[in-house]
Design a protein around this ligand. Structure first.
Ligand code: AMP
Length: 305
């Protein structure tokens, strides 16, 4: 089964304390689509300008991502630039240029409208709602969001939440949305706003999954070297949604979601090992399964005697 991914497609400039690279392939949809492509076919919806490098287009094609929903319009591609501090959990946005994104209206090709699993990667909730309006009864809808939309598009985000089976956001965003310090209280409070399930990401400290009277806590895979944390959350969401789509997506159980969260974490852990999406080029299913198993053993507890 396929997954539809909509979000930003960007040219990123990323600086860490050790390296700086410009015009990298970035954007929430790029990371999410590549993450999902390891498990299921992907239908990509987004926009780029006529300056978008053919090599980046080739990156999507090399993962067999369907590009019928990708618009190329006159003008410049969305650009984002960020700088990481020595503590790579801390990032400053240096600049954002909306460019062709400013007037983007996602139009779904007819062939995309019945895609069973939908991943609304991070973009404005008005666009996320607009995509859902065009879908024919999707089986499972996942969305990601960010502090910007909680602050400037609150009403539109509130309209989106009841339409979701799963909302993914990070710890500071969960606190901003609920005004709660406790993430456990925040998870329950966000579920009460509408989504069937909530995942709260905690960066290098893992993720929490909330369902109806159900809870799962997953650590992050321990890595010695993180080269570029950009897109870790989007890759997580892509891996999670792609894995769910591969299971058929008909009736998603809490056990499925637990496993999907672990696969998402594994995919994200690979992606941060290199800048942009470089690590995805050499990644194999064997690598993914081996890390899943290593991760499983690390997280295992013995039963009390
Ligand atoms: P993350 O590291 O998960 O926050 O995702 C970083 C990616 O999000 C970068 O590749 C950016 O191009 C993209 N991005 C940054 N700001 C926005 C925005 N306002 N809307 C959509 N995508 C964005």
């Amino acid at each position: 089964m396929s997954v539809l991914v909509v979000g930003s497609i960007a040219l990123d400039t990323v600086k860490t304390p050790f390296e700086e690279h410009a015009d990298l392939l970035g954007g929430s949809a790029s990371y999410a689509a590549l993450g999902a492509s390891f498990f299921s076919p992907v239908n990509l919806v987004g926009v780029v300008g006529d300056d978008f490098p053919p090599a980046h287009m080739e990156t999507f094609r090399s993962r067999q991502i369907d590009l019928n929903g990708l618009q190329t319009v006159p003008g410049k591609t969305f650009r984002w630039s960020g700088e990481y501090m020595l503590d790579m959990n801390v990032r400053e946005t240096r600049s954002v240029e909306l460019n062709v994104f400013e007037h983007f209206t996602p139009v779904l090709p007819e062939t995309y409208r019945e895609t069973p699993v939908v991943l609304l990667a991070n973009i404005g909730p008005n666009l996320q709602n607009h995509v859902l309006d065009q879908m024919e009864r999707p089986r499972f809808v996942v969305a990601d969001t960010m502090d910007l939309w909680i602050n400037i598009a609150h009403a539109e985000l509130m309209r989106l939440l009841p339409r979701l089976d799963l909302l993914i956001l990070n710890d500071s965003e969960a606190r901003l949305l609920t005004k709660e310090t406790s993430l456990i209280k925040a998870g329950a409070k966000i579920r009460a706003m509408g989504p069937g399930h909530v995942v709260i990401k905690k960066g290098e400290h893992g993720a929490l999954l909330f369902g109806e009277n159900r809870f799962f806590s997953c650590g992050a895979y321990p890595l010695e070297d993180i080269h570029d944390p950009t897109g870790a959350g989007d890759t997580f969401a892509g891996g999670l949604a792609g894995w769910l789509a591969a299971q058929g997506g008909a009736s998603v159980t809490f056990a499925d979601l637990r496993k999907a969260v672990v696969y998402g974490s594994v995919l994200a852990s690979f992606n941060v090992e290199a800048f942009s999406l470089t690590r995805m080029h050499s990644l194999s299913m064997n690598d993914i399964e081996a890390r899943y198993e290593a991760f499983r053993l690390m997280q295992q507890f013995e039963v009390l005697d």
